[in-house]
Design a protein around this ligand. Structure first.
Ligand code: PMV
Length: 312
């Protein structure tokens, strides 16, 4: 039996602008994970794979899934990549504690956990860069035009500074810092928000390019702050980033209520994280204030709160 896992993630700065070539920062969230377990079975033909994913009520043979199902896609991509020849029938059991469609990277983490478990079980573990590249292919089903930041941060499991098409920079943080995450409970498919921004960008390119440029500059400043141990300055930068995300139309009243509650209860800054229009928000807190801020966020309607420490 082979077990592998991959973490959730949040985008700290730069979502949406990253799709248009600007830098962004993402960090892993190890408090939530996707896990894949591969076991040899006997009651099937060579090369058959039985998939069990109870979280999405899936219990099926690989050949029964359509070719564009995210799970059949990542399994077939992995098999094509490692070209294992004949192999015994397998059972693939997938579980995840990462909320679905809420900006925490659940689909990506499942893809990476499957690539790791399957390739390792078949004695051909893949390097990180290849794992990330395979998950990126599946992101295209979820996202349409993904930047690649999600598959990169989940694969590397480290804070990253990311520019589309360039090698990710692993951020060495001088001082760890604490974030709290609040879930609006509204699922929000990334593809919807990304295509809404695309349409608006086509209609008013100069407004959107100006906003993306400003967001990219915030991400660059945040990179300096993290590397130089000036984490206290990240809160105000988050507030600036949130104002720009509101300008480009991807916030929502529910996100705004949680963001306001976090700020009013002591967070030094807060913003939505991921595609927006629902999903999760994040807030920068002093570790001693984390519980108070999470309680305020729950009282304001968060269906789930989570605390994560960011370090390298
Ligand atoms: O998958 P999400 O909801 O974390 O969104 C990813 C961030 C976007 O910038 C909105 C899209 C992308 O591909 O970078």
């Amino acid at each position: 039996m082979t077990i592998a896992s991959a973490p959730g993630k949040i985008i700290l700065f730069g979502e949406h602008a990253v799709v248009y070539g600007r830098p962004a920062i993402a960090v892993p969230v190890r408090e939530v994970i996707a896990t894949a377990e591969v076991t040899d079975i006997i009651q099937a033909a060579q090369g058959e794979i039985h998939i069990e994913a109870p979280d999405i009520k899936l219990d099926s043979w690989l050949h029964e899934l359509s070719a564009d199902h995210p799970l059949s896609r990542i399994i077939n991509l992995t098999l094509d990549e490692i070209d294992p020849g004949t192999f015994p029938p397998l059972r693939l059991h997938i579980t995840s504690t990462i909320p679905i469609s809420s900006g925490l990277g659940s689909g990506t983490a499942v893809s990476i956990a499957v690539v790791r478990a399957l390739s390792t079980h078949l004695d051909q573990p893949l390097p990180l860069q290849r794992q990330s590249a395979l998950a990126f292919e599946v992101e295209k089903i979820h996202h349409g035009t993904p930047s690649g930041i999600d598959n990169t941060v989940v694969t590397y499991d480290r804070p990253i500074y990311f520019v589309q098409g360039e090698e990710p920079e692993i951020l060495q943080s001088e001082t760890p810092f604490t974030l709290v995450i609040g879930d609006t409970g509204q699922t929000s498919p990334t593809a919807v928000a990304v295509s809404q921004v695309r349409v608006a960008w086509q209609e008013d390119t100069s407004k959107y390019e100006t906003a993306f440029e400003a967001i990219g500059q915030i991400a660059s400043q945040a990179r300096e702050c993290i590397m130089q141990g000036r984490a206290k300055e990240l809160g105000p930068l988050m507030n600036q980033n949130q104002a720009l995300l509101e300008d480009i139309g991807v916030s929502s009243p529910e996100l705004r209520v949680l963001i306001d509650a976090a700020r009013a209860s002591g967070a030094s800054g807060a913003k939505l994280s991921g595609a927006g229009l629902g999903g999760n928000m994040i807030a920068m807190v002093d570790p001693d204030d984390a519980d108070r801020v999470m309680i305020a966020m729950r009282e304001a309607g968060a269906v789930r709160t989570l605390r994560t420490e960011v370090s390298t």
